[in-house]
Design a protein around this ligand. Structure first.
Ligand SMILES: [Zn+2]
Length: 117
């Protein structure tokens, strides 16, 4: 990062207004140019849309990830931080789904226990 693109990185947004104002600011920035609308990297299952911005001075790439379900969960980070953050979010999801499977197994065994005895 350099002086030109040393803008704040955001892990989430306060509300829709905050997000759209920030997006407007990005689009009007003369230093950050859209490099890729990230169609191929967007994940329809996660309902996110990613836009990549590159700093014209130092070539740092930033990712604006828009969460279409919950705009507050959108983020704006350097590509490195974005990758790390996404990995963290995904591992959280895995823990959640493991929890669900355990709960189902538990309920099923309770059900079988009560119907059999
Ligand atoms: Zn820069």
């Amino acid at each position: 990062m350099c002086e030109d693109c040393n803008c704040e990185q955001l892990y989430n947004f306060r509300d829709e207004d905050h997000f759209f104002q920030f997006e407007k600011k990005l689009q009007s920035s003369s230093k950050l140019r859209i490099q890729d609308t990230g169609e191929k990297n967007s994940e329809p299952l996660l309902k996110t849309k990613e836009t990549y911005y590159r700093c014209t001075s130092c070539s740092t790439v930033f990712v604006l990830s828009t969460n279409l379900d919950n705009i507050k969960k959108s983020f704006f980070l350097t590509q490195d931080n974005s990758d790390k953050y996404k990995a963290k979010l995904q591992s959280k999801d895995k823990v959640k789904s493991k929890g669900c499977v355990l709960l189902i197994v538990l309920l099923l065994s309770l059900f079988m226990f009560f119907t059999l005895y």
